[in-house]
Design a protein around this ligand. Structure first.
Ligand code: ACM
Length: 553
C-alpha cells in the first residue's frame, strides 16, 4: 500500500514536470529538435546583441529583436558587430546543413546563441527565442514586474516544406493596409513565408492599375452586399468599396519582405471577373451588357472571353502587377469558370474550331496557356487553382489543389509543382465549432483538430520523385462572411497556427494533444498581440452585428 502510494506520487511529479516542460518550451510551430537543459538565462539590465558578420540584413534582424525587447522590457539592447561572449549572439554558420530557413538556438545561463546560414534562418531563430521568453515580450508597451528569463535548451530547426502560406480574400470585403500588415506579422510569428493576396473578385477589384482607371473607379465598388445566409438573399442596400493604391501595394510588399514573407498577388481569370466586366463589358459576352460588381456571392456566368482585346488587357494588367510584386509566382486564378456563355457564343465556338479545341475546358486551357506564355516570358511562373488541370495543364503552371488533394496528385504525376490547400482541411472560412454557437459562415465544419490532422504528403500515391513536387501547404481565408478585420482574425486564429505547424514540423513529431497544450500558452502571446482569435478573452465573441436596415431584394 505504502509502496503504491509512493509510486503514485512519483507518477504525479513526473506528470507535473512533463507538463511544466511542455509549457516552458511551448513553441508553435514545434521545432524539429528541442533538447531541454537545466537553468535559464536572465536578460541583464543592459542587454547586448552581437552580430558576428558585418551583414546589414542580419543586423537589421538583430535590431528588430532589440526594438521589441526595448518596447516590452523597457531597456533597449545595444546591437554590436563582431564576436561577443555572453549576451545574445548571432553567429553565421557555414552550410549547407541548416538550409535557407534553418537555425540553431542555444540558451544557457551564460548566453544565447543563434546560428544560421542565411538571414531568414536568423529571423526564425528570433521568432523561437521570443516564444521562449515570457508572453509579455510580445507587448507593444512596457510590462513591469516580469522576470525576463529564457529556459535553457538547444534547438536545431528547419522546415518540413518550403512553401507555408495563407491566402486572404480582399475581394469580398476590403481590409485596410494596417490590417494586412498585422496579418503578415502574424504569419511571420508562426514561420509562415507566403501571403497570397487574392485581389480581384466578382464583388470587387482591389488594386490600382494605372492603365485602366475604371478598375478602381467602377470595378472596386458594388452597389450593395448580401448579408446573412446566401439562401436568404437579403441585401444591405449600401454601396461598398475599397482598393489599394500602387504605393500602398509597394509598402505592403516591402513590409512583408522585411519579415521574410513573399507576397503572391492573385488576379482572377477567366471566371470571378464580373467586377472587370462592369467596367469593361467588351471583354465579355456582350459589349452592351450592363453589369455592376456583384452584390451576390457564388459563381457567376459572366466571364472573360478569350478575345485578343482580353489578352491585351490582361497582359497590360499583369505587366503593372509584376512591376509591383517581385514574387516568382503570379497567381492567375482559373477556378470556377462556368462555360455557359462560351458554349452559346459563336465567337468562342469558331475559335475552338480554328485552334482544334475539342471542348470548352480545352478553351479554358488555351486561355491559361496564353497567359502562362506571357508570364513565363517575363521570367515569372503562374499558379492556378486545380481547375487548370481540366483541358490540359499549361507547361509551366504550379497547381493549388483545393477540391481535395486529387488535383495535386494528378499535377505532381505530370511533374508539376503543387501546393496543397484542400477544402477538407485548409478552408478557414468553414465553421470551427457547432454552427449554433457561431456567427454565420459559408458552411462546412472544420474544427482545429481536423485542420491539424492534415498530412500534405501523398507518398502513397506518388513516387519519391513526384512527391518532391508537393511544395507545401496553405490556409485559405475566403471572406464572404468576414465583413470586418475582427471577423477575419476570429476565423483564422488559432486554426492558422495548426496549418503553420503542418507546414513546418516533421509529421512524426506532430501530436494534437501536445499541440493544444502548447497552444494554451501561445494564446497568451496572441493576447499581447491583440489577436481576436476564437476563444480570445479580449473580445471573446464575434462582435459584428448585421446592419438593421437590411432589405429583401
Ligand atoms: C476556390 O475556393 N474557389 C479556389
Amino acid at each position: 500500500m505504502k509502496k503504491s502510494f509512493l509510486l503514485l506520487i512519483a507518477l504525479c511529479v513526473t506528470a507535473l514536470a512533463t507538463h511544466a516542460q511542455t509549457n516552458t518550451y511551448a513553441l508553435v510551430p514545434k521545432p524539429t529538435h528541442l533538447e531541454a537543459r537545466s537553468g535559464s538565462y536572465t536578460l541583464p539590465a543592459k542587454p547586448t546583441i552581437a552580430v558576428q558578420a558585418a551583414d546589414p540584413e542580419i543586423s537589421r534582424i538583430a535590431r528588430m529583436l532589440a526594438d521589441q525587447l526595448a518596447k516590452a522590457t523597457g531597456s533597449a539592447p545595444v546591437v554590436t558587430t563582431g564576436k561577443a561572449s555572453g549576451g545574445i549572439s548571432f553567429v553565421s554558420a557555414k552550410g549547407p546543413k541548416l538550409g535557407a530557413e534553418g537555425y540553431t538556438l542555444t540558451v544557457s545561463p551564460k548566453q544565447i546563441v543563434i546560428t544560421a546560414e542565411q538571414p531568414k534562418g536568423f529571423f526564425y531563430g528570433v521568432q523561437s527565442l521570443m516564444q521562449l521568453m515570457p508572453a509579455a515580450v510580445f507587448s507593444p508597451t512596457k510590462v513591469s514586474g516580469v522576470a525576463w528569463t529564457v529556459p535553457a535548451c538547444t534547438i536545431e530547426d528547419q522546415p518540413r516544406y518550403g512553401y507555408r502560406g495563407s491566402m486572404l480574400d480582399v475581394g469580398r470585403y476590403f481590409y485596410p493596409v494596417a490590417f494586412i500588415k498585422k496579418y503578415i506579422d502574424l504569419l511571420a510569428v508562426h514561420k509562415m513565408n507566403t501571403f497570397h493576396w487574392h485581389l480581384t473578385e466578382d464583388q470587387g477589384w482591389r488594386i490600382e492599375i494605372k492603365k485602366y482607371p475604371k478598375l478602381t473607379e467602377v470595378s472596386s465598388i458594388r452597389p450593395k452586399t448580401m448579408v446573412g445566409h446566401y439562401r436568404d438573399k437579403v441585401y444591405d442596400n449600401k454601396p461598398y468599396g475599397g482598393f489599394y493604391t500602387q504605393d500602398e501595394v509597394r509598402d505592403v510588399v516591402k513590409y512583408a519582405q522585411e519579415r521574410f514573407v513573399t507576397v503572391i498577388p492573385e488576379i482572377e481569370m477567366p471566371g470571378h471577373s464580373v467586377a472587370v466586366l462592369a467596367a469593361y463589358p467588351e471583354l465579355g459576352s456582350n459589349p452592351d451588357k450592363t453589369l455592376t460588381p456583384s452584390p451576390t456571392w457564388g459563381v457567376h456566368d459572366d466571364v472573360l472571353f478569350p478575345r485578343e482585346e482580353t489578352f491585351t488587357f490582361l497582359e497590360n494588367v499583369l505587366t503593372e502587377v509584376m512591376a509591383l510584386f517581385p514574387s516568382q509566382y503570379i497567381h492567375i486564378g482559373g477556378d470556377e469558370c462556368p462555360k455557359t456563355q462560351w458554349k452559346q457564343s459563336k465567337f468562342c465556338q469558331a475559335l475552338m474550331k480554328e485552334k482544334g479545341l475539342k471542348d470548352e475546358h480545352e478553351l479554358q486551357s488555351y486561355f491559361i496557356q496564353r497567359i502562362d506564355k506571357f508570364v513565363t516570358s517575363k521570367g515569372r511562373r503562374i499558379i492556378g487553382w486545380d481547375e487548370i488541370l481540366e483541358g490540359g495543364l499549361s507547361p509551366n503552371a504550379t497547381v493549388m489543389s483545393w477540391r481535395g488533394i486529387n488535383g495535386g496528385i494528378a499535377a505532381a504525376r505530370q511533374n508539376h509543382d503543387v501546393i496543397m490547400t484542400p477544402t477538407t482541411y485548409c478552408y478557414l472560412d468553414y465553421y470551427q465549432a457547432d454552427p449554433k454557437t457561431q456567427p454565420v459562415t459559408i458552411g462546412g465544419l472544420l474544427p482545429i483538430e481536423k485542420v491539424y490532422s492534415f498530412n500534405p504528403s501523398v507518398t502513397d500515391s506518388l513516387t519519391a520523385e513526384q512527391s518532391k513536387h508537393v511544395l507545401g501547404v496553405q490556409a485559405n481565408v475566403w471572406s464572404e462572411y468576414m465583413p470586418t478585420t475582427h471577423s477575419v482574425e476570429y476565423m483564422a486564429y488559432p486554426r492558422l497556427i495548426a496549418v503553420a505547424e503542418t507546414g513546418w514540423t516533421p509529421q512524426d513529431a506532430r501530436n494534437i494533444d501536445d499541440f493544444k497544450q502548447r497552444l494554451e500558452t501561445h494564446k497568451k502571446r496572441l493576447d499581447f498581440l491583440k489577436v481576436n482569435y476564437f476563444g480570445a478573452p479580449i473580445n471573446n465573441t464575434f462582435q459584428y452585428v448585421w446592419p438593421k436596415e437590411t432589405a429583401k431584394k
